[in-house]
Design a protein around this ligand. Structure first.
Ligand SMILES: [Ca+2]
Ligand SMILES: [Ca+2]
Ligand SMILES: [Ca+2]
Length: 131
């Protein structure tokens, strides 16, 4: 026989977990390691370095256009590749994340809020750093 209380507990547990899972797509909640409610440049750069390592499957130290896929627009790719090598080095990739960070940081308080992430640059940054 089922223990009704246990079932109720499970249902409540699921109800508590689900909203969190639904929010997991938000870059801010994902990367806000110090739970300040906003993203610092450090948090964004750390995340960018991690994403780069994850994407760089052959550990060649660079990402080509294909490896980056839809994370990045053609215009941003070109701008992020000043040496025109057709690849982004880790430094170029992190620099792009930093550039988008500053472009998205309305009010220039050095922190990205939920609203900052809704700007075009904020959206581009979200796509770049998506898991
Ligand atoms: Ca934070
Ligand atoms: Ca390059
Ligand atoms: Ca801001």
């Amino acid at each position: 026989m089922f223990d009704r209380r246990k079932l109720l507990g499970l249902a409540l547990g699921a109800a508590l977990i689900l909203p969190q899972a639904a929010k997991a797509g938000d870059l801010l909640d994902e990367l806000d390691k110090d739970h300040s409610g906003s993203l610092s440049l450090d948090e964004v750069k750390t995340a960018a370095a991690k994403i780069f390592d994850g994407l760089d499957k052959d550990h060649g130290g660079s990402l080509d256009r294909k490896e980056l896929g839809k994370r990045i627009s053609d215009a941003d790719f070109k701008a992020a590749d000043p040496d025109g090598s057709g690849n982004l080095s880790k430094a170029e990739f992190v620099a792009l994340a930093e550039k988008l960070f500053h472009a998205a940081d309305a009010g220039h308080d050095g922190q990205l809020s939920h609203d900052d992430l809704k700007t075009p640059a904020g959206k581009a940054l979200s796509e770049l750093l998506e898991d």
